[in-house]
Write a protein that binds this ligand. Structure first.
Ligand SMILES: Nc1nc2c(ncn2[C@@H]2O[C@H](COP(=O)(O)OP(=O)(O)OP(=O)(O)O)[C@@H](O)[C@H]2O)c(=O)[nH]1
Ligand SMILES: [Mg+2]
Length: 464
């Protein structure tokens, strides 16, 4: 399925910068380099940067002095002939170079088209391609590690191993049904069931990574809540390390929800500051309170701020009553610099009759910076405690597409084991194995319909 057209795109973000990279890929790459660079044929060195003057062949005007690296296929990112041209940065130079390349027979690449060609040429599978996208978009060290592991084939290997184990299971079943004449005894049914169960265990372990894996990409939703003036915005700013939200001694300062992405201890969070909730608010503030309530219902973790000035009361109890049954709450004694660090007395410990949703009680001072690290650690523990290894050496499912595929495989293997155990003839039970294999093949993109591919790659940025 070789591409016949040649594509070009700016591979670095547009705007002011020292350098920009223009990428060209496809069968016309050599001819384009010859057109733009006088004497290129004699000077080209494969996979080595060459300093060259770039000319627009349409009017012979000089475009730039640039570093040009030519990668002959199949030893390139896309598997095709590919060139990376490092031009001077800025908005104009790279655009002029890309335009001259288009004028020489290339067309503008669609988003993700370079990676799509790499996939079509067998340079990487679909799971690796998804890892490439996560790597480019990673805003936390945790996603960076997981994505890199995916690009390097970690998850793909696990999925291929499972697929091979399925094929092995089929072979075992054949031996069970129809053992050869030689002296091998038939494979006992118990052994087939045992191996099926072991495979279920592997699939379950992989599926267990999905909730955290998917949160790694989105960031876990953490909502700051509490009475007006509890110190929410101050804490929001302190956790972000920048003055994003307005802080004022006037209660009711924050009206709208303010959201920001932050990496705490290397894990991604979406931190939301909300309007303090109170009954006697004016019209605008009331609308803000409605927004706050919506965020609170969606939160993965609520940081309930209780100022030492007034402590825990009916308002806080009412807060808890509005939260989801499965909400996780960290109760914070804010402004703890004020009373010699004692802070308000907060309900703590289920044994003492506290609400079980309060998972942790901490003291913080946004002003003095105390307790911030503990808040980050508590959030990490509550959201990312289980399956995402800090080392990033264990495969993690990071997308719904991946999770759905593994779920299908798991369902089929479970049906296979159940059928054998309940005495269904082995030939019939075996019909569950093929769909499980197909689900994994689809995940890796062994054979994938065009529309799936187009959707997947269109979410990439241009030039990738
Ligand atoms: N001493 C001390 N004062 C603080 C601390 N955090 C906040 N404050 C003060 O408390 C007041 C309210 O702070 P905000 O952060 O605006 O409180 P808020 O909960 O966002 O208030 P609303 O937006 O009105 O709901 C301001 O005067 C802050 O300077 C702290 O850690 N120590
Ligand atoms: Mg505020």
């Amino acid at each position: 399925m070789e591409a016949t057209d040649t594509i070009v795109a700016l591979a670095t973000p547009p705007g002011r910068g020292a350098l920009a990279v223009v990428r060209v890929s496809g069968p016309g790459t050599r001819a384009i380099l010859q057109a733009l660079i006088p004497g290129w044929e004699g000077r080209a060195e494969e996979r080595r940067p060459v300093l060259a003057r770039l000319i627009d062949p349409r009017d012979e005007s000089l475009l730039d002095r640039a570093l040009v690296t030519f990668f002959p296929g199949p030893n390139s990112y896309t598997g095709e002939d590919l060139a990376e041209i490092s031009t001077h940065g800025g908005t104009l130079v790279p655009a002029l170079v890309a335009d001259a390349i288009e004028g020489s027979g290339a067309r503008a690449a669609r988003p993700g088209e370079f990676t799509q060609r790499a996939y079509l040429n067998g340079k990487l599978d679909l799971v690796q391609a998804e890892g490439v996208r996560d790597l480019v978009e990673a805003r936390s060290e945790a996603l960076h590690r997981v994505a890199l592991h995916q690009v390097e084939g970690g998850l793909s290997r696990r999925l291929s191993d499972i697929r091979e184990a399925l094929v092995g299971l089929e072979a075992l079943l054949v031996h069970h049904l129809d053992f050869p004449e030689e002296d091998d005894p038939p494979v006992p049914l118990e052994r087939v069931i045992g191996e099926g169960r072991a495979l279920l265990g592997t699939l379950d372990a992989l599926l267990a990574t999905a909730p955290e894996g998917e949160l790694l990409r989105e960031g876990a939703l953490v909502v700051l809540a509490g009475r007006p003036n509890a110190g929410k915005s101050s804490l929001f700013n302190a956790l972000l390390g920048q003055e994003r939200a307005i802080v004022n001694e006037q209660p009711g300062t924050t009206r709208d929800a303010v959201e920001a992405q932050v990496s705490l201890g290397g894990y991604p969070f979406r931190l939301v500051d909300t309007a303090g909730i109170r009954g006697d608010a004016g019209e605008t503030e009331r609308l803000g309170i409605e927004v706050a309530r919506r965020y609170l219902r969606a939160a993965d973790v609520v940081l309930l701020c209780v100022s030492t000035e007034w402590g825990w009361g009916a308002i806080e109890e009412h807060f808890l009553s509005e939260l989801r049954e499965d909400a996780a709450v960290v109760a914070l004694r804010t402004k703890c610099d004020r009373d010699g660090g004692r802070g308000a007395t907060l309900p703590e410990g289920e044994a003492q009759g506290a609400d079980p949703r309060i998972r942790k009680v901490l003291s913080v001072s946004a002003l003095g910076g105390t307790g911030l690290g503990e808040v980050g650690a508590a959030l990490r523990e509550l959201v990312f405690a289980g399956s995402v290894e800090p080392s990033g050496s264990v495969p993690v499912l990071t997308r719904r597409r991946q999770t759905r595929g593994v779920e299908v495989a798991r369902r089929e293997v479970a049906a296979f084991v159940d059928a054998l155990r309940s005495g269904v003839p082995a030939e019939m039970a075996a019909t569950h194995l093929r769909p499980a294999e197909t689900a994994l093949e689809d995940l890796l993109g062994v054979i994938s319909p065009d529309e799936v591919l187009d959707r997947l790659f269109s979410e990439f940025c241009i030039g990738k």
